[in-house]
Design a protein around this ligand. Sequence first.
Ligand SMILES: Cc1ncc(COP(=O)(O)O)c(C=O)c1O
Length: 378
Amino acid sequence: MHIETLAVHAGHHPDAATGAVSPPIHLSTTFAREADGTLPHGFIYARSDNPTRRELERSLAALEGGETAIAFASGMAATAAVFQSMLPGEHVVAPQDAYYGTARLLREVMAGWGLASTLVDMTDPHAVAEAVTPNTRLIWIETPSNPTLAVTDIARVASIARAAGARCVCDNTWATPLLQRPLALGCDLVMHSTTKYLGGHSDLTGGALVTPEDDDWAARLRTLQALGGGVPSAFDCWLLMRGIRSLAWRMRGHCENAAIVAAFLARHQAVAAVHYPGLASDPGHAVAARQMTGFGGMVSVQVKGGAEAALDVVRRVKLFTRATSLGGPESLIEHRASVEGPESRTPPGLLRLSIGLEHPDDLVEDLDQALRGAATRL
Ligand SMILES: Cc1ncc(COP(=O)(O)O)c(C=O)c1O
């Protein structure tokens, strides 16, 4: 079945008890036993498993073409479970421009647990191969990356991982399963912050892991879900299932608008550089065109005049909302270096744009007036 159809139907069926087409939200934390002590429906306690989460996990597994999905309370809870499934003394290779929370988790939490890590330029397969040590058990990919939209060749890095006896994990948050299928390209696990495009409405936090097989590693991750306890509420599971139903059509709108905004910015006199893999001039374009079916809704732009000019653009926008996060219907703008703090590697003049579902002409007009206004002050 095509992904549009899976997005609408996977995990959904009329409720057996009532015929309700929209699924019920199962708020119960506990489930009744029969007189003989058995659990007739297989549920015991909501942290371990609950009916709403189970349907969501079915939907997520189907979307990514995996066998098992494991839902978490946030993308970071899902990421933490992956690293916690590893042993002290093992080593991770991760991108130097990974989402800053992922890099901080490795540095500030997992290093103390004995998990070593090396951050590399993931777009350079030779650098990745060189960073592998005899203890490397995991290579973490994030493509396109946050916030510079660097593109990693997934199949190439997955084969480096396989040759090294390591697992390859892809953070597929920005691309979504609609645009990129990491399991089909050789990855062993896909991670999502479902807070973003999968939820799609800026109203839930969630994370997910999807594995190609229901193997020992999947069982370990499920144990970490239940015992770590970083599980999503039934209501957030329901919101996510509702968001997923329109994923395909929302993503088409995000991609279409982002391509228009990126092309406009690339021509603008106040702009020093645009990061968008859909632009033919982008260094990641060829790989992205090979492994993605669309280039996504995120665009980063470097403004001439550095941090001061970039912050002035942020002050001047009228339609874009000044806020972090991404993947909702409303367009967002953010000066990333300010958010990431002193450790940030992000260029000081970079603004990250989450391109929403408004009319693209209105977005272009807003950016144009903000860029022109900021440029007059330089
Ligand atoms: C690429 C990427 N991965 C992971 C995360 C973390 O997800 P969450 O905020 O749901 O914990 C984010 C959040 O912005 C992200 O952009």
